[in-house]
Design a protein around this ligand. Structure first.
Ligand SMILES: [Zn+2]
Length: 596
């Protein structure tokens, strides 16, 4: 390995070798080829994404004379003429780079602009590259503005900034703006692979992946880290060495934490933090890795095949994604990144880490219902009632204190009659809600048994015995997966208004509103599926009319009931109340309350 630093050695010298900014390269190359040149360009983007590199290539494109000295403006600078070589070497007299971060006063800018009145000495164009232009003082901006408004035709400005918000609009409006993107880790990893192959340096893919992630979109940082890693690993890039160098935490530790969290195993969680401490690994690194893994899990949950299948971490992300609901994954991510920012405030790094892990546990809804008496308000996490007789109803909501971290609140309650309900809870009865309940709750209005409800306005739901029987059958058919498409839709939308189970075949009259569902094909399929289910022949008669007690209606009522219950749980919750009282502008994010 020579002493040439990789970042310098592999700085792209032409547009073709510039990685990851195809959209900018394309636009600039077209402008150069068609000679439609703007007099000022503004490149925005985070550090190390190629702003200065592009400025230099642009300067070469404008000044290149070609290998034989007869070339003109080009999108493919030759790299061998005097102009190209001098710009690459940083000694071209007509190309000036000024770092506004260290030369922010009006004097430096005035000096530069004074020179602007003179024609280029050797080149076709003078190119002024002002990096971190947002750092210029206002007077410096004003001095520059005059030249920007009426630049001599031989002068080009290339401005670059990591913070375009701080560039005055008067300057922005005079520039052609290009936004350089942070590079994707895969792009960085691929490029590192190519570079190291050229250098004949052995590297484990895992090592490159770690560096690519740590570089956070900056190719320059990635190459500098690679330099360091080569020195650290005595000329070889092993995953373990790079991990150690970066203070990165082996994903295995984080996987164990998530498994402990999924099992609601507090001892294992604290044990995982202790293990990190024992190995002298960084708590910040652990939370970084946790956030990275949660991000991958969230991607898997939204788009199952989106992850790179060749990444050895992908199967693990798939496995863990199945253990958590998408909103829990969001919460894990959020708590991990915010917890990392809080580490500096913690008494020490590890206590900070333990608190973050315990916070994750506190907000974990599943398995978090110990068979304990109802928790008093002091328990910040889960107010649990007695062991639920059925599936516990879990209510969640995001509470958003203004300008603060969103707080996710999860509550688990049993299906026991909640204290605010007067009547016992039955599956088939939607009870009247208290006056404070959401508007969609309503008093039941009784209809004559089997009487058609008006098809327009939603009517109160009154379950019927026949409806219950029909819902049982349809539930069994659905569970067996024996009906689909139209037959399933017919079954779900129909109300059973007459049934003779003693007859042969069993005679069943259904009322269904949609005409398309009363066609013979879905009816025959449903008939056959029912016959298979009951082991006896079934005859369905279909009648037109609105179904008041269909399985679909029952499902909708059940959803509404659980939603109302969830909203009530959240509104009555001591933690939510405390948050709302503490932050005067706090609000419950609309639509975020979800029964679970
Ligand atoms: Zn050239």
């Amino acid at each position: 390995m020579s002493s040439t630093v990789l970042a310098r050695k592999y700085r792209p010298r032409n547009f073709e070798t510039l990685v990851g900014q195809a959209h900018v390269v394309q636009a600039l190359a077209n402008a150069l080829t068609q000679q439609r040149l703007h007099h000022a360009y503004l490149f925005t983007g985070t550090r190390g994404v190629g702003k200065t590199t592009i400025a230099r290539i642009l300067a070469k494109s404008l000044n290149c004379t070609g290998p034989d000295g007869s070339g003109g403006i080009t999108a493919q600078p030759c790299g061998v003429c005097a102009a190209c070589r001098d710009i690459d070497a940083g000694r071209f007299i007509d190309y000036v780079e000024l770092d506004a971060a260290s030369n922010r006063g009006v004097d430096e800018i005035s000096q530069l602009l004074d020179q602007a009145v003179y024609k280029p000495v050797v080149g076709r164009f003078k190119v002024y590259m002002i990096d971190e232009v947002h750092m210029l003082s206002n007077t410096a901006f004003n001095a520059m503005l005059k030249t920007l408004e009426e630049p001599p035709e031989y002068l080009k400005f290339v401005l670059a900034t990591t913070d375009p918000q701080k560039v005055p609009p008067t300057v922005l409006s005079r520039c052609l703006q290009f936004n350089l993107r942070p590079m994707a880790p895969q792009t960085v990893q691929q490029h590192l692979g190519t570079v190291l192959e050229n250098e004949h340096i052995e590297a484990e893919p895992g090592a490159l992946r770690l560096i690519a992630r740590a570089a956070r979109g900056s190719m320059r940082d990635a190459l500098s880290l690679t330099d360091q890693a080569i020195a650290y690993g005595s000329g070889r890039l092993g995953e373990a060495g790079v991990r150690q160098m970066l203070g990165a935490v082996d994903r295995g530790h984080v996987v164990r934490m998530l498994d402990a969290l999924a099992a609601a195993d507090g001892a294992a969680l604290v044990g995982a933090a202790d293990a990190l401490r024992g190995l002298g690994l960084s708590a910040a690194g652990a939370l970084d890795e946790l956030a990275a893994l949660a991000q991958q899990m969230a991607v898997v949950q939204a788009v199952p095949d989106a992850l790179d299948e060749t990444d050895p971490d992908t199967p693990q992300a798939h496995r863990l994604a199945a253990l958590f609901a998408p909103d829990e994954t969001q919460l894990i991510y959020s708590i991990a990144v915010h917890g990392r920012a809080e580490l500096a405030l913690a008494p020490d790094e590890y206590s900070g880490l333990v608190m973050v892990l315990l916070r994750l546990l506190a907000f974990r809804p599943k398995n978090a219902v110990p068979a304990s008496p109802p928790a008093p308000a002091k328990a910040p996490a889960v107010a649990a009632a007695a062991t639920p007789p059925k599936t516990p109803a879990v209510a969640k909501a995001m509470v958003m204190p203004a300008a603060a971290v969103p707080v996710a609140v999860t509550r688990v309650v049993s299906n026991e009659p909640p204290p605010w309900m007067d009547a016992p809870f039955e599956d088939e009865v939607v009870d009247a809600a208290p006056a404070s309940a959401p508007a969609h709750e309503r008093e039941p209005v009784a209809y004559g048994a089997g009487a058609p409800a008006p098809s327009t306005a939603p009517s109160a739901f009154v379950p019927t015995a026949l409806g219950t029987r029909w819902a049982e059958w349809v539930g069994a058919l659905n569970a067996a997966g024996s009906i689909s498409a139209f037959a399933r839709e017919l079954a779900m939308q129909a109300e059973c208004i007459a049934l003779d189970e003693g007859a042969t075949p069993i005679a069943c009259t259904l009322r269904v509103e949609r005409e398309s569902l009363r066609a013979s094909a879905p009816c025959e399929k449903l008939q056959a599926a029912l016959a298979a289910l009951l082991g006896r022949a079934v005859r369905l008669d279909l009648q037109a009319g609105a179904a008041a007690d269909s399985p679909a209606r029952r499902e909708a009522e059940e959803r509404a009931r659980r939603q109302a219950q969830a909203e009530q749980i959240i509104h009555d919750d001591p933690l939510v109340r405390a948050l709302m009282a503490q932050y005067k502008t706090a609000r419950i994010v609309p639509g975020s309350i979800k029964p679970h």
